[in-house]
Write a protein of this length. Structure first.
Length: 72
C-alpha cells in the first residue's frame, strides 16, 4: 500500500466515532420498530378479543334457536 493510500484511510478514532454513531442510530431504529410492533400487536389483540365476544354471542344465539328456547 502506498503512502498516498495510507493517508486516504480513516484513522482509528474516526472509525470508532462512526461505529458509535451508527450503533446509536440502529438502537433508535430498533426501539422505534419494537414500539410499532407492540402497538400493532395490542390492536390485533383487541380486535381478536372483540371477534371472540361476537363469535361467542352468535354461538349462544344459534344454540338457543337450535334447542327451541328463547322468547316467543
Amino acid at each position: 500500500m502506498s503512502a498516498r493510500e495510507l493517508d486516504a484511510q480513516p484513522d482509528v478514532e474516526t472509525l470508532e466515532r462512526t461505529v458509535d454513531e451508527d450503533r446509536e442510530v440502529l438502537a433508535r431504529d430498533v426501539d422505534l420498530l419494537v414500539h410499532r410492533v407492540g402497538d400493532r400487536a395490542r390492536r390485533l389483540a383487541a380486535i381478536a378479543g372483540a371477534a371472540g365476544v361476537v363469535a361467542a354471542g352468535l354461538m349462544t344465539v344459534l344454540l338457543v334457536r337450535r334447542r327451541g328456547g328463547g322468547a316467543r
